[in-house]
Write a protein that binds this ligand. Structure first.
Ligand code: UTP
Length: 499
């Protein structure tokens, strides 16, 4: 059968023949592009995908399933904590982490395939600069943290060490990210230690179960969620690459957390010391009703429970000592052993369910006009990276301090939370605290001493502006020599080329 007729027949079978309604108007190139794209979709799978999207949308629009009665918090023996664990344990976990890093057994894996629709920029989020005095982007900050960590581990164990950087991208983010890294000479990281790969895309579907045309000659597609990681690892032979490099442990993190402590030796050392195959960093809920996902057990199996899945009573529940029962907020910051990833990617991945994301998807209307909807109109199906917790045989969680480790960039500055301003403030407050701890004394433009260390970092700028390059300090270490008893006039940048 002719390719066009065959595609028409297959679309009819899938109930998606509307996708060809502008075919007659298209140029030869446009026609080929659309038919080519449609041919890639296996008819059975495509039909199933659209049906699943519609069904999931209807299910999610009705009453959410409550999990209150099935939930248990992470037992204390599997929960480490920066604030509550014995300081000697913290030191020994950190030493263990550095030892493993120095043996080149630890890699970092960045999830950077998202579209960043809430932030609303047209380029990948990692290329965003939140307005630091240095103008550094998220990618540059992360690259410099890797460089510093390699140096620290190398110095501690007298050897050259490498932390490979795996970066999952999508159709939207791959080529601009590659170009950006090239233009900036990989920010000093050895390019052979940066491995970019691409996740799969899925068609966006309208509320009526029909796939959406983004242009007359193009389907609206979206990345398959950060849980698309596991298929992407297989598609791109990433686990083989890790094996070849001798990697045993992987720290997975999101692009948007400006405070991310990549390959954190304390976290890695904690997880490995506990024999964990899978671990999650968590932060304490800021307040009982904070709408964050909670890491906990449901029917004895670990998962992230969404705020909508528990009652207000459960969110507020307290232990005998007055502390909150459910307080371990997920920050998308995970530890995996290579063996665990092999098992998931090799056989368990198909068991991961899809989640519904309702988004504004630009489309062409019946008349062929391009419409940018003001209200959400499309369903995107996504897998989530943390849904593999259910497969863990030895799961641990590690609670860190929010002000030190978590400030995500999600929204534009018109929002109140998780914006460029809150991310910039979080980093500058942290560096200001580090500088004070290292003995710095700040003065203003008139030479007056600036004092104080209070204020809500989200709401106000620190009293003095001080940005410390990650090339100088990964997490506040080594600053005494540069800052103790120094009079520093704000704003101040401590960078390697200024020393
Ligand atoms: P978010 O859930 O915040 O999504 O991603 P997003 O796409 O960045 O932003 P919005 O929702 O469109 O505004 C959390 C992390 O998961 C990655 C993102 O890049 C970010 O690091 N991600 C998300 C992927 O790698 N792939 C995806 O398909 C989705």
């Amino acid at each position: 059968m002719e390719p066009e007729l065959e595609t028409r027949r297959r679309l009819q079978e899938a109930g998606q023949q509307h996708l060809l309604r502008f075919l007659g108007e298209l140029s030869a190139g446009g026609k080929e592009a659309l038919l080519g794209e449609l041919r890639l979709l296996a008819p059975g799978e495509f039909r199933e995908h659209c049906r699943r999207a519609e069904e999931a949308y209807v299910r999610d629009s009705s009453c959410p399933q409550r999990l209150d009665d099935k939930m248990r918090p992470v037992p204390p023996e599997f929960l480490g904590s920066i604030r509550k664990s014995d300081p000697e344990d913290l030191i020994s976990w950190e030493e263990e982490g550095f030892r493993l890093i120095s043996q080149n057994k630890v890699a970092v894996l960045l999830l950077a395939g998202g579209q960043g629709t809430r932030l609303g920029v047209t380029y990948p989020k990692g290329m965003y600069s939140v307005g630091l005095p240095s103008g550094k982007t998220l990618y540059q900050i992360q690259a410099e943290r890797i460089l510093r960590l390699q140096k620290l581990a190398g110095e501690k164990h007298c050897r050259k060490c490498t932390v490979p950087w795996y970066i999952m991208t999508s159709e939207f983010t791959l080529s601009p990210t590659q170009k950006f890294f090239e233009e900036h000479n990989f920010f000093g990281v050895d390019r052979s230690d940066v491995v970019m790969f691409e996740q799969r895309m899925l068609p966006a579907v309208g509320f009526d179960g029909k796939a959406i045309l983004e242009r007359k000659d193009k389907l609206a597609m979206a990345p398959d969620g950060n849980g698309g990681l596991y298929r992407a690892l297989t598609d791109n032979h990433i686990l083989e690459d890790m094996e070849t490099r001798g990697i045993s442990y992987i720290h997975v993190y999101c692009v948007d957390n400006i405070l991310v402590k990549m390959a954190d030796p304390v976290f890695v050392g904690f997880c490995v010391s506990k024999g964990a195959d899978c671990g999650a960093k968590v932060v304490e809920k800021a307040y009982p009703a904070e709408p964050v996902g909670l890491v906990c057990q449901v029917d004895g199996v670990y998962q992230v429970v969404e705020y909508s899945e528990i009652s207000p009573d459960t969110a507020e529940r307290r232990n005998h000592d007055g502390s909150l029962t459910y307080t371990t907020g997920n920050i998308c910051n995970h530890f995996f052993t290579l063996d665990f990833l092999k098992t998931v990617a090799g056989s368990l991945e198909p068991r991961l369910g899809y989640h519904v994301a309702i988004k504004k998807v630009p489309f062409v209307d019946e008349q062929g006009n391009l419409v940018k909807p003001v209200q959400p109109n499309g369903i995107k199906l996504e897998k989530f990276v943390f849904d593999v917790f259910q497969f863990s045989r030895n799961f641990v969680a590690f609670e860190v301090v929010r002000e030190e480790e978590f400030s995500p960039l999600k929204n534009a500055d018109t929002a109140e939370k998780d914006t460029p301003t809150t991310a910039r403030r979080a980093l500058l407050w942290q560096h200001y605290r580090w500088a004070l701890r290292a003995g710095a004394k700040f003065t203003d433009a008139n030479g007056r001493v600036i004092a104080g260390n209070s204020g809500v970092p989200e709401l106000v700028d620190p009293p003095a502006v001080c940005e410390i390059s990650p090339l100088i300090s990964y997490f506040g270490e080594g600053l005494h020599v540069h800052l103790n008893n120094k009079d520093i006039s704000s704003p101040f940048i401590l960078d390697s080329h200024r020393l």
